[in-house]
Design a protein around this ligand. Structure first.
Ligand SMILES: [Zn+2]
Length: 254
C-alpha cells in the first residue's frame, strides 16, 4: 500500500535538519553516533516526517520541548529505518508524562510496566491511539542502551504488532517463508521463557506473546551483540525482518 506524503511532510523534508538537534541527539542517545552517515541522513529525514505527522501532547503541568520530541521521534524511527514510516500510520499522537505514571485499574494491553510490584507505567501503546511515555524513562534509557531497555522502541514495536489489529507478537511480515520461520523461532524462545528458563530476553517477555515481541525488538536494538551471541537464530531473523544488523553497527568488521 502506498501512502502519499502529506503537504506538511513534504515541507518538513525541505527544511534542513537543525544542527542543534543533531548535537542533542548525539549527547542524549549515544546509539545515534554509531549510525553510518547514510543511515543518519535517512533517519533525520524520517524524524522530520514523523514530527510533521505525529502530534505531541504534554501531561498536565508538563511542557514538551523540541529536544524531547526529537529524541522520541529518532528512537521510534530506528526500527523502521529500512522499512516504511507508514508502518506507524495508526499512531496519532504521543503523550509525554514527566515521570512514570501510577497505573490505575486493570492493565491495558500493550502496557510496559517498569515494575510489576508498584505498578508504575513507563509507557503504553494504544491500538489506533496515542503512545504514552514517561520522559524520565525515555531520557534515561536513551543514554544507557547497554541496560537493554528502551521504552520508545518497546511501545512502537507494539504498534508494529498491532497493525493487523491483533497483539500476537507477529509483525506484518509479507514473505510467507520468513513468517513461518519467525513464528517457529519465537515460539521456541517464548516457551523456554514460560518454563522459567533463562534466555537472552528479560523475564517480562514471558508475560504474553505481545510483550515477547516488544521486548525482543528493544533488546535487538539496545544490546545487539549480546543478543546475537545468546540467541543467534532469533537475532538473524530480526535482522531479516528489520533489514538491519545492529550488532555489526556496534562491532564493525575489521
Ligand atoms: Zn509492552
Amino acid at each position: 500500500m502506498f501512502f502519499r506524503r502529506s503537504k506538511q511532510e513534504r515541507e518538513a523534508l525541505q527544511q534542513p535538519f537543525p544542527d542543534a538537534w543533531r548535537q542533542r541527539l548525539a549527547y542524549r542517545w549515544p546509539m545515534f553516533t554509531t549510525l553510518s552517515p547514510d543511515e543518519r541522513e535517512r533517519l533525520e529525514d524520517l524524524v522530520k516526517r514523523f514530527l510533521a505527522r505525529v502530534r505531541f501532547e504534554a501531561a498536565q503541568g508538563f511542557t514538551v520541548t523540541d529536544e524531547m520530541r526529537v529524541l522520541v521521534a529518532a528512537q521510534a524511527c530506528l526500527p523502521v529505518l529500512e522499512l516504511d514510516l507508514d508502518l506507524y500510520r495508526q499512531v496519532t499522537s504521543v503523550i509525554l508524562h514527566p515521570r512514570t505514571v501510577v497505573l490505575k485499574g486493570t492493565r491495558n494491553v500493550g502496557s510496559h510496566l517498569a515494575s510489576d510490584t508498584d505498578q508504575t507505567l513507563a509507557g503504553q501503546a494504544h491500538h489506533r491511539g496515542p503512545v504514552v511515555l514517561s520522559w524520565s524513562t525515555v531520557a534515561y534509557e536513551a543514554r544507557h542502551h547497554e541496560r537493554g531497555q528502551n521504552v520508545v522502541i518497546h511501545e512502537f514495536a507494539h504498534q508494529l504488532d498491532m497493525l493487523d489489529g491483533m497483539i500476537d507478537g507477529t509483525p506484518p511480515i509479507t514473505d510467507r517463508d520468513l513468517r513461518a520461520r519467525w513464528v517457529t523461532a519465537c515460539t521456541a524462545e517464548y516457551r523456554k521463557l514460560r518454563r522459567g528458563e533463562e534466555g537472552i530476553l528479560r523475564p517480562y517477555a514471558a508475560t504474553d506473546t505481545g510483550e515477547f515481541f516488544a521486548v525482543a525488538v528493544e533488546t535487538f536494538f539496545t544490546v545487539p551483540v549480546a543478543f546475537a551471541e545468546g540467541a543467534p537464530e532469533l537475532y538473524a531473523l530480526l535482522c531479516e525482518v528489520f533489514g538491519q544488523d545492529p550488532a555489526a553497527r556496534l562491532n564493525p568488521a575489521p
